[in-house]
Every structure is written in C-alpha cells, then in structure tokens.
Design a protein around this ligand. Structure first.
Ligand SMILES: Nc1ncnc2c1ncn2[C@@H]1O[C@H](COP(=O)(O)OP(=O)(O)O)[C@@H](O)[C@H]1O
Ligand SMILES: [Mg+2]
Length: 189
C-alpha cells in the first residue's frame, strides 16, 4: 500500500459489503501521544468469533470468487500498523457491527503518508449513496486541538429529493472535506 487512505478505502468497502447503513470514520493526529490513529465503525452484519479470527489471517476471504492474495485488507493494515509501533484491534458483534481501531507511531520512519483521504471519503460517499458516513478529524497539538466533523445524514436532510451524488452537491462535499483536512492539517500528514 502506498498510503493509509487505501487501507481506509478497503475497510470502508468491507463495511459496505457487510450491509452497513452507517459508517463512522475518525482520524486523529495526536502529537502529544505521537500517534496517528483511526477508528472505523459500522452497523453492518458483524462477524462471529470464527470469522473474526479468520479475517485477521492473510489467506482468508468470504468472497467466493477468488482466493485472496497475501497482503490485502485487514491483515495488511494490521501488519503495517504494528510495524510502525502502532496497534490494530478489531471488535465485532454478530448482528450489531464492527469496530476497527488502528494506530501508527506518528514519527515512525516506516509509516506511509495518510494520502488523499478526502478523495477516498468523497468516492465512498458518491459510490454508496444509501450509506451514511460520519467523519471526525482531529489534530491534537502541544498547544491546541483542532477538529472537524462531517455527516452525510445532515446533508441528505437538507437536500430533500436532490441526490447526494448530484454534481453541485459533490462539489460542495469535496470543498467541505478539503477545508476540514486543511483545518486539521491532515494534508501534511
Ligand atoms: N466490517 C465488516 N463487517 C463484517 N465482516 C467483515 C468486515 N470487515 C471484514 N469482514 C470479513 O472479513 C473478511 C476479510 O476482509 P479483508 O481482509 O478486507 O479481505 P476481503 O475484503 O478481500 O475479503 C471479509 O471477507 C469479511 O468476511
Ligand atoms: Mg476487504
């Protein structure tokens, strides 16, 4: 993987495939704790214990059409995080949903950049118009904390009958995400 956004994209796609109607994504650059951390939670089908265990195994996939190559999805995200003095944790409850917590040491020389996280989230929003996305970005510095919240539910309510992937709306969301990323300084991360 060239950047962490691609990991996020994969995790989001997993949630969508698990029929989640709401996906929450939180990204935190915590300079005090030297951590770049992520929480992605969904209200999808969840996994039983067996599936959860297998999901962390690089050879497992529930997709029937192919045998997974080593290094895709969850195992690679886990490996990358742990290699960067971080952690990876996945909790899942059948019928309730799944929560992933991952972190990288902010200053690890092995850490890949966050990448184009705005584009990743925008494409998820446009690609899955029935799913609600809730985004929280924060930067905890030595002197201050800056954060940004974005929720498609609120936008959809405002829009009424206009679809969220209507071009003007897409442009608006793109701008909003860019502003949030700039405000929290995550484009530099
Ligand atoms: N959010 C989720 N909800 C339910 N099941 C999930 C979720 N994320 C992953 N899984 C299960 O774990 C498996 C492995 O996921 P992943 O490592 O991303 O590989 P892939 O998506 O290629 O199958 C999935 O096929 C699915 O069965
Ligand atoms: Mg996947």
């Amino acid at each position: 993987m060239q950047d962490i956004s691609l990991h996020l994209l994969d995790i989001i796609e997993n949630s969508v495939r698990a029929e989640a109607t709401e996906i929450k994504i939180s990204i935190s650059a915590n300079l005090m704790r030297n951590l770049l951390s992520f929480e992605i939670s969904d209200n999808g089908t969840g996994m039983d214990e067996e599936t959860l265990k297998m999901a962390q195994d690089p050879f497992y996939t529930s997709k029937s059409e192919r045998k997974k190559k080593v290094g895709l999805g969850i195992p690679l995200f886990k490996q990358n995080a742990e290699q960067c003095n971080g952690y990876f944790r996945i909790d899942s409850f059948l019928g309730k949903g799944t929560v992933i917590n991952a972190a990288f040491a902010y200053d690890s020389i092995d850490r890949m950049p966050l990448g184009k996280v705005g584009d990743t989230i925008l494409s998820a929003i446009i690609g899955h118009t029935e799913t609600d996305f809730n985004l929280h970005l924060e930067r905890i510095g030595f002197n201050d904390t800056v954060d940004f919240d974005f929720d498609t539910k609120a936008i959809k309510e405002e829009l009424g009958d206009i679809p969220i992937n209507y071009p003007d709306v897409v442009m608006f969301i793109d701008e909003a995400l860019k502003e949030g990323i700039k405000k929290t300084n995550l484009e530099e991360v």
